[in-house]
Design a protein around this ligand. Structure first.
Ligand code: AMP
Length: 394
């Protein structure tokens, strides 16, 4: 891939795709995280004297319909404050933008445009016509072949990776291509079905696969243990049994020995510690128990590389948060190179305040999972294709 930092951007019309899909509350940006992440990229282009245009999506509007609730106006305002310069928001940006060198403007929500999600070629060409250089910098949307992420890269005169995307791909790639062993993955969360391919792929690449949440419940059931009313996908029991038998790889899969159960998830629900074989017919497994958490933490201490996606319990409820807390602390305390990603994982990292002790936190949810599956992300593929072909659109 071509790299933005290697290009001379002076006076160039530079169109940058970022992920500024920040939470908005009462018309204001509620978390600066995604905005502060892009500041070095934008500063880098502005310092070079580029004419900077920034694209992003926000939420899931209906294409072709302007929706004031999903306007990027609050983002433009907050980004202006953070960059300490004026950033106009351009509503009809596809008709043309006039940005002087060293200045920056924000395009209104790309998902207002018909054809964005279908990667419509005409729309991608209109985006490409705005610029001399297209910069893809949004890892979190790189798994989507949309007009603003992949299509535009085919037609822009030059298409390259931005520093944020390049850094994230480098960190994840290095950790998984040639990992320091043992390589230990933690895959938790609600459903096996959303992580089926990740589980298959990781079981062939990692030394140990630690499971949690509804995924672990399904595997416990596949091992023949009664799980009462726990969240599990009974249609995937055969898959889970195959995973345990090593049909997809040789990773060892340690199963929980103790669990925290309750009959409901009500705010006043109290957890009961049980051996995994003693779960009652009316109970649900909602967290791993302390003995299991200590066992998993020990494995993480001995790891060379850790990949973490998904909580191992209902960590949003204080009664069932301890297991995920122990895992978060163990990942942070381990001397291993650690990478973590996914929406709920990021929330857990924040809740347990371990972010500054994890080696690489991926900004992507779906993109992170597809990366772990070993898939080529469409937006990255578009940049790689361009790097190997000199002719725009060829
Ligand atoms: P995911 O989006 O698939 O990573 O799932 C994350 C969600 O799984 C979180 O909201 C957790 O509360 C939930 N979860 C984790 N463990 C369990 C469990 N044992 N039973 C029910 N839900 C769980």
């Amino acid at each position: 891939m071509m790299d933005m930092t290697a290009l001379d951007l002076r006076d160039r019309r530079v169109l940058i795709r970022e992920d500024l899909n920040a939470p908005i509350r009462d018309g204001r940006v509620a978390s600066d995280k995604r905005l502060t992440a892009v500041l070095p990229t934008l500063d880098g282009a502005l310092d070079q004297g580029a004419r900077v245009m920034v694209m992003s999506h926000l939420g899931r509007p209906t294409e072709g319909e302007y929706d004031a609730e999903l306007s990027l106006a609050p983002v433009a305002k907050r980004l202006s404050e953070l960059l300490q310069r004026d950033i106009p928001l351009v509503r009809h940006w596809l008709d043309g933008m006039d940005v002087v060198p060293g200045e920056i403007a924000l395009c209104e929500n790309v998902r207002f445009e018909v054809g964005e999600k279908a990667n419509d070629e005409r729309l991608a060409k209109r985006m490409a016509a705005l610029c001399d250089v297209f910069v893809m910098d949004a890892f979190a949307t790189a798994h989507r072949a949309h007009a603003s992420t992949a299509g535009v890269a085919r037609f822009a005169p030059v298409a390259c990776a931005g520093p944020l995307l390049a850094a994230e791909l480098d960190a994840l790639g290095a950790a998984l291509r040639d990992p320091r062993r043992p390589l230990v993955a933690i895959v938790g969360g609600a459903k096996v079905s959303t992580k089926l391919e990740v589980l298959k792929s990781l079981s062939g690449r990692v030394d140990e696969l630690i499971l949690g949440g509804g995924i672990a419940n399904t595997v416990i059931a596949a091992a023949g243990t009664d799980i009462g009313r726990s969240l599990a996908e009974h249609g995937l029991i055969d898959f889970a049994a195959g995973l345990l038998r090593g049909e997809y790889g040789n990773a060892s899969i340690p199963l929980p020995s103790d669990v925290v159960c309750a009959e409901s998830l009500a705010p006043d629900a109290r957890g009961r510690l049980k051996a995994v074989g003693d779960v009652g017919a009316d109970e649900m497994i909602l967290d791993i128990g302390p003995a299991t958490a200590a066992d998993f933490a020990g494995r993480l201490q001995d790891a060379g590389t850790i990949v973490w996606n998904g909580p191992v319990g209902v960590f949003e409820h204080p009664e069932f948060a301890a297991g995920t807390g122990t895992i978060a602390d163990a990942v942070a305390a381990s001397p291993a190179y650690s990478i973590a990603g996914g929406g709920d994982t990021l929330a857990a990292i924040e809740q347990f305040d371990v972010g500054d002790r994890i080696s690489c936190i991926s900004t992507g949810g779906g993109a992170f999972l597809e990366f772990l599956e070993g898939r080529r992300l469409p937006a990255v593929a578009a940049l790689e294709d361009r790097a190997s072909s000199a002719v725009p659109g060829a």
